[in-house]
Design a protein around this ligand. Sequence first.
Ligand SMILES: C[S@@+](CC[C@H](N)C(=O)[O-])C[C@H]1O[C@@H](n2cnc3c(N)ncnc32)[C@H](O)[C@@H]1O
Length: 222
Amino acid sequence: MYFPHTSWKRLTRSLGFKRRTEERADRYSQITDRIRSLRAARIMEIGTHEGSTALRMIKAAQEKNATVLFAGFDLFEDMTAELYERDPSARHRAPSLEKVRRKLAPTGADIRLFRGSSCETVPAARRELPMMDIVFIDGSHLLADIEADWRNIQPYLHERSVVFFDDYWRDGWNGDFSVGCTSLVDRLAASGTHRVEVLPITKKLPRPWGTLSIQIAAVSRR
Ligand SMILES: C[S@@+](CC[C@H](N)C(=O)[O-])C[C@H]1O[C@@H](n2cnc3c(N)ncnc32)[C@H](O)[C@@H]1O
């Protein structure tokens, strides 16, 4: 059977493959796959940035749930030049909270966005947020901040929650482990209290000293 190129999308869509074929198989697809398999409906992201991964996570959750809650934390407009300089892996600044809200609103999910340092906003938001099925930690790259995020999400975790950490850099930031989540994740793995998986899809980025290998770690309670 011959299907001209232009009809391929229409055919796969009619067969129900639309979402899966459109999703890029980058490292974030490992999170969205897990969202689907766990039928996760309540998602937290620390470091929402432009909302691109947020959008993908929400859509994946909506495949299995009528109601989805997304809680996003970012500095948004509160990012300062000083904070930006302190974080060696900071990208360009996040857009305004309102811009990200407008991007996520068409999903129809319950979107809650929190502006400010996650060290303060995550504990404060516990008053108004339920426990989470998925937490994605991808805010500040300073280890001390990531450790604070890990501590501050504990009241949000139930027995089956899965926490994803971006920026598992096997060789550190040019050997420096005071940034990135690597030493925290390795400690959790060694402690035996948590199941820790370093997910296989690896992004390799050229850096002045060589190559930075970025992976995501998935952590859940044993
Ligand atoms: C690497 S980006 C996140 C990318 C996003 N998770 C995605 O996949 O599209 C990191 C974000 O963390 C935010 N950030 C950095 N330090 C933070 C802090 N202390 N509290 C909250 N957000 C922070 C930055 O503003 C930036 O938008």
